[in-house]
Design a protein around this ligand. Sequence first.
Ligand code: CP
Ligand code: NVA
Length: 305
Amino acid sequence: MALRHFLSLNDLSSHELQAIIEHAIQLKKALHNGVQEAPLKQNVLGMIFEKSSTRTRVSFEAGMAQLGGSAIFLSPKDTQLGRGEPIEDSARVISRMTDIVMIRTFGHDIIERFASASSVPVINALTDSFHPCQLLADIQTYVEHRGSPKGKTVAWVGDGNNMCHSYMNAARLCEFKLKIACPAGYEPDAQVVEQNKDWVSVCHNPDEAVTGADWVATDVWASMGQEQESESRIKSFANFQVNHALMAQANKDAVFMHCLPAHRGEEVSAELLEDEAISIVWDEAENRLHAQKALMLFLINELKK
Ligand code: CP
Ligand code: NVA
């Protein structure tokens, strides 16, 4: 039995990542053609949310139902998780009653501790450090619209946050060049830069990062848990909005992605977000469903090996 977790993209090889993306594309076609199978019949997904979510909750819950299984939503408000039961105890108990668990939480150490005590696969549905499920969807979306990202140039404009870190891991696994532009003081984690240094560069100028890019991505300026910094971040990030003028520096057929939710008029202009010739954010959001179905099938199938 191979118990595999998905705490960051680094838990997959390049080959496995590619296989999951290809499977996600097939699952999407099957669903759109009305073909549904139930390979995860009677399987149960535990979903622990310590932060808010729309896309992640709906995509995991709908995905599990489509695969023939079911999902249980667990929040700290109404479980013992919010009353101080040790994370390792929670992991041991929840994993005895479920087949797979996803967690959205704050510190990355929390999900690492949960995974170390869990007897079933654990999926990172966002921590302060990484958001790898979103990258599965983003890569799938690029492949569907433009083909393989290998050899392409991607620009990340904005905060050196959890999404940025997952883009950095994706750059190494998919072999694309990642040019990051962030305000001084908001750079990504130095250790993640070091791990991916052959694929990643960091600057403080959005024009420089976007020049020659095939794919431009951004995210909110203040992530969940940073609400009290919103005002100061709006000032620091003022020159980092992705809009048509910035996209004009990119390659002619460049696409724009955003994990959503978006703050129109802050990190992205309303006009660009709504310009479906460039912005592929709605396909990107939908692909959370397909990519995570492929991920869950991969992790559960690994258990049989
Ligand atoms: N992109 C994303 O993870 O969205 P939610 O916060 O709505 O789940
Ligand atoms: N960086 C954002 C992503 C939301 C999906 C956050 O952590 O809030």
